[in-house]
Design a protein around this ligand. Structure first.
Ligand code: ZN
Length: 203
């Protein structure tokens, strides 16, 4: 399985990193080895002094598809989740400056947190989901999927032009503003509509 990630999907986050607003979605991949194993702490890798949390709404693909039309995209996922796209911001900045790929900064072991899954039937609309991240009990990121530049069904349509989507693939839909550095002993907890979907300890 693969993890397909969308960058720069919330205006306020684009502004906080002083990035250009994209005309097409920014897409990158993480391998399955990036998934943080259940109940394991996140270890800050020794090649970075500035690992940031990015809380993101996740989609789990339940049907194989390619060139999916946005109006049929809802048939390709049944579950919604929440996770973290850990990013070695210092390394990413160096790679970005040279126009190089981001994988070393985004796709290292443990860089993808995938919380518990929730049936999408539980929600009236996937385009109005509140979510947040608490660090040591304090809210640091708050988002609503209504503020996405590309909505979930548009993301599925877009990425499936390039990659065949397979059962079990996970899409990270981008982070809202409030990203920040993590430190040893931090506790990160993710909430989707007030339900806690993950709790991670940083080591
Ligand atoms: Zn991200």
């Amino acid at each position: 399985m693969k993890l397909i990630c969308i960058g720069r999907n919330y205006t306020e986050h684009i502004e906080e990193l002083a990035n250009e607003k994209p005309t097409d979605p920014v897409v990158f991949l993480k391998p399955d080895t990036a998934i943080l194993l259940k109940k394991q702490p996140f270890f800050i890798p020794d090649f970075s002094n500035d690992v940031h949390h990015e809380v993101e709404v996740l989609i789990k693909i339940c049907k194989v598809g390619k060139y999916i039309d946005a109006k049929f995209a809802h048939k390709y996922y049944n579950e919604i989740g929440l996770g973290i796209d850990f990013t070695a911001r210092d390394l990413q900045a160096k790679l970005k400056a040279k126009g190089l790929p981001w994988e070393k900064a985004k796709s290292f072991d443990g860089a993808a947190v995938i919380g518990s899954w929730v049936s999408k039937e539980k929600f009236t609309s996937v385009n109005e989901l509140n979510f947040s991240l608490e660090k040591n009990g304090k809210k640091v990121q708050v988002g609503n999927t209504a503020n996405m530049l590309w909505k979930i069904d548009e993301i599925i349509a877009y990425v499936s032009q390039y990659f065949t989507l397979k059962i079990g693939d996970v899409i990270f839909t981008g982070t809202p503003s409030g990203v920040g550095k993590v430190a040893i002993n931090d506790c990160l907890e993710g909430f989707l509509e007030n339900e806690k979907l993950f709790s991670i300890r940083v080591k």
